[in-house]
Design a protein around this ligand. Structure first.
Ligand code: FES
Length: 120
């Protein structure tokens, strides 16, 4: 959906640096955050298997999905890396397959007059 309108999601002071929060905008869960002083907004659903990215953590400009460790740059949306993860007793290493996961869906975000707005 792209109706061109910016929607207010929260006050600027509710979004501290190096934090993120999920907001429901229309019927979409949008992950909004501030990393190293810069705002970002993306779909909260991990492009790999749909886990909630809000349960992940930051690593540099990336968000690391808690489920399988895929790392996406929150500003470019690019899938950057995948850490090795354990399935039952086996460590699953990177292989070319992980590159087939899509990139993050990013949304436009801006701050004006002490309010943060996103546009889907
Ligand atoms: S669901 Fe996020 S890395 Fe697999």
């Amino acid at each position: 959906m792209n109706d061109g309108y910016y929607r207010p999601v929260c006050r600027s002071d509710e979004l501290k640096d190096d934090s993120m929060r999920v907001f429901r905008v229309d019927s979409t869960d949008v992950l909004v955050g501030r990393r190293n002083g810069k705002l970002f907004a993306c779909n909260n659903s991990c492009p790999h298997r749909g886990a909630s990215l809000s349960k992940g953590e930051f690593k540099d400009d990336n968000i690391v999905c808690y489920m399988h460790g895929y790392e996406y740059n929150v500003f470019t949306g690019k899938l950057e890396n995948m850490k090795s993860w354990k399935k039952e007793e086996t460590w699953v290493e990177q292989n070319p397959e992980w590159r087939k996961s899509g990139d993050l869906v990013l949304y436009e975000i801006k701050e004006h007059g002490g309010t943060v707005y996103v546009r889907l």
